[in-house]
Design a protein around this ligand. Sequence first.
Ligand code: SF4
Length: 325
Amino acid sequence: MANNKPMLSIKGLKKYFPIRAGVFSRVSGYVRAVDDISLTIYPGEVYALVGESGCGKSTTGHLIMKMLKPTTGEVIFEEQEIFSLRKREEKSLRKQVQLIFQDPYSSLNPRMTVGESIGEALEVHGIAKGEERQAKVKAVLELCGLAGYHYRRYPHEFSGGQRQRIVIARALVLEPRFIVADEPVSALDVSIQSQIINLLKELQSKMGLTYLFISHDLSVVKHMADRIAVMYLGSLVEESTKSQFYERPLHPYTQALLSAVPEWDISSRKKRIILKGDVPSPANPPAGCRFHTRCQYCMEICVQERPDLKEAAPGHLVACHLVHR
Ligand code: SF4
C-alpha cells in the first residue's frame, strides 16, 4: 500500500452541529460529531470504520458523499479536494463515488419500478436512455444476483436481501470506483448477511472497487476489511491491519469491543471487558483522553492530556498514553 497513491485522504476533518436553544434559537453549543480525523484509503482496499452507534462513523461517510459540509478539514479524492470542485469535476465525482445505504426498505421509492430506480442515474448523467439504458440495468441486476425480468417489478415484491441487492445494483450502475457502504447488512437477517457480504467481495474483485465499510458489527468486519479504524466520540483511537486488530488490539476501547464479540470456539473465548457508564455526550466530551471516563487503566495524564494518534508498530496507530509511555 505504501507505494500506492491514495485514492481518498481525509485531513483534519471536523463536523460540528450547532445546538439551538431559546425563543431566538441562539446557538448554545455544538455536537462534535466528527472531531479532527485524518485517514488515507488506498485503491483496491476495504477500509472499515467501526465503533458504537453515535461515534461519528456515518457522519464521516456522509461528509465523503458531500451530503454534509464539513466545519473544517479536507476530503481529497484522487488528488482533488471535493468541496472545492467545479461543476464538471463534481459530476465526474458523483459517478465515481457511490453510497450503499443501510436500510433497503426506506432507500427505494415504492412507486418506482426496479428498472426506473436503477436507470434514473444513467439518464441524469446522460450515459444511456431507451433500450441501451434497459440493457445496462438488466446487466447490473444480473451482476448483483438478480434476474433481468425483475426490471419491471416494484420493491414490495422483493425480500430484504433482494432489496439490498437492488440498492447495490443502483450504486454500481454508473461503474463507480469508490463505495461508501454504510452498515450495508445491519438491517438484514443474519442468514442473509453472509450472502450480501459475499456479493460485495465478489463485486470488489470483478469491478476493482475500493470500499469504505462502515459497521458496528466486528464479526461482519472480519470478513470484509483489509484495514480497520476505530472511532470513539468523533475521533479515531486506533488504526491497523485486520490481523493486528483481531490478534493484538492495543487501545483499551478496541479491546473492550472485541471482548464482546461472541466466539463459537470455547478455547478462543476472551474474558468480557465490561465498560463503565455510558458514552459521554459529543456535545460535552471529556477533557484529556475522551475514553478516560470508561477506561479501566485511566491514569492522571489521561484526564489532562489528549493522546495523539501515533504509530505503535508499523502500520498500527494508537491514541493512548498507556501504549506510548
Ligand atoms: Fe485509557 Fe488513558 Fe489510554 Fe485513554 S489514554 S485509553 S484513559 S489508558
